[in-house]
Design a protein around this ligand. Structure first.
Ligand SMILES: C[S@@+](CC[C@H](N)C(=O)[O-])C[C@H]1O[C@@H](n2cnc3c(N)ncnc32)[C@H](O)[C@@H]1O
Length: 372
């Protein structure tokens, strides 16, 4: 089977690295989708282990589609009855770029009709009662070629299950994990997020340090597809369990000025099973110091909504002084504040990233190379 993992700008490299790390080889990225070959075991492993990827799709068919008739015929020719039951709840996720079939709603309706017709014919039923499994079918038209995919994940992989309390402007778990992975953080280095909010970044760091697979306790849509061999999810979960690291790790500092943020981080870390790895503090970022000479600071400082103008500029200037006082630490700062680079200083690396739909810069400041 051909599998695809949609990967937004700035996340692609982390997804590719994760796939290689899982022993699945080099996976090229085409138009924002990392592509690889795999079977149902691969599907289960990707869903359980991926930290930065958002979902895993199976590519069922690619075919030219310049008319609704061609689209209908192409979708109808897919053996849907091998995947879905007569109770499937089919939902179409459509997209059209540079294609004659630009009316995506109508194209989605045609695709849906083709699936229903095929299931009715092959499963010998009059209607689908839609009381059963969810099936999200992607119909993507690009330059008059239709790519039909079936989503194996369901709720996005960022839904780890630990983030249950609401907090302002939290970072997506998958984005936080991608930055942590990019940061060369290892479990023997100290880690810090001095603006921890709801705890996403330090929790993702601790999960990474402990090699805890983020999807190990979740359900996925593929488990209800008919052709999936028994036991594939259980095997991936067992592999995940066996790979966890239970020894000591260097401190993961997580602090925030807001007592509510610290309380939320505590609860989220408890749910994620990493509370004992976090050193939590209710404190101003300006007060952060650490006895460890080397470390990694990954953070998502405030930008704009709550704090404006002079206060924000002052905060960023003080943040610069704070991490400059830790010369052997690297800092990875994600911000949507337009003046962040001017105030924090020229970074060693910069990358464009999106937090939900908000365009942000990831500014990277490398620490001094460790002395021998
Ligand atoms: C953009 S939010 C961080 C969101 C977080 N990454 C998450 O996923 O939930 C910024 C955080 O900075 C905190 N903050 C603002 N000023 C601060 C300061 N001077 N020192 C420490 N924390 C501060 C706010 O309370 C807020 O929780």
């Amino acid at each position: 089977m051909v599998l695809q993992i949609p990967a937004a700008t700035g996340i692609e490299a982390a997804v590719k690295r994760e796939i290689e790390h899982m022993g699945l080889g080099h996976a090229p990225a085409i138009r924002g989708r990392v592509t690889l070959e795999g079977d149902w075991n691969t599907v289960a492993r990707l869903n359980v282990f991926l930290r930065a990827g958002e979902r895993v799709l199976i590519v069922l068919k690619e075919f030219p589609a310049t008319s609704f008739d061609e689209l209908f015929a192409g979708v109808f020719s897919i053996p849907w009855e091998e995947y879905l039951s007569a109770h499937a709840r089919v939902r179409i996720d459509g997209k059209s770029v540079k294609s004659k079939l630009a009316a995506i709603k109508a194209a989605g309706g045609v695709a849906q009709k083709a699936i229903v017709e095929r299931l009715r014919e092959r499963l010998h039923v009059r209607t689908l009662d839609e009381a059963g499994e969810r099936a999200v079918v992607g119909v993507s038209l690009y330059e008059d070629v239709a790519t039909v995919t079936l989503d194996t994940t369901g709720e996005g992989l960022h839904r780890r299950g630990y983030r249950v309390l609401t907090y302002d402007a939290p970072l997506r778990e998958t984005t936080a994990a991608a930055i942590v992975e990019d940061s060369f953080y290892r479990r023997d280095k100290a880690f810090c997020d001095p603006f921890c909010g709801s705890g996403t970044i330090p929790i993702e760091a601790a999960l990474y340090a402990r090699n805890i697979a983020p999807g190990k306790s979740r359900e996925f849509d593929f488990c209800r597809f008919k052709c999936v061999p028994q036991g594939v999810l259980q095997a991936a979960r067992a592999e995940a369990e066996a790979g966890e690291y239970r020894g000591p790790i260097a401190p993961v500092y997580a602090s925030d000025l807001s007592p509510r943020a610290v309380a939320i981080t505590r609860e989220h870390a408890r749910r994620a099973g990493v509370l004992s790895d976090l050193l939590l503090a209710e404190q101003d970022m300006r007060a952060f110091t650490a006895p460890e000479r080397c470390g990694v600071l990954v953070s998502n400082p405030p930008y704009g909504e709550r704090m404006k103008g002079e206060d924000l500029a002052l905060l960023y200037r003080d943040l610069r002084s704070m991490f400059r006082a830790l010369p052997d630490w690297s800092a990875y700062l994600l911000s949507g504040y337009e003046d962040c680079e001017r105030l924090l200083g020229r970074p060693d690396k910069r990358r464009l990233l999106y937090n939900a739909d908000l365009k942000c810069s990831l500014l990277v400041y490398f620490g001094k190379k460790p002395r021998a």
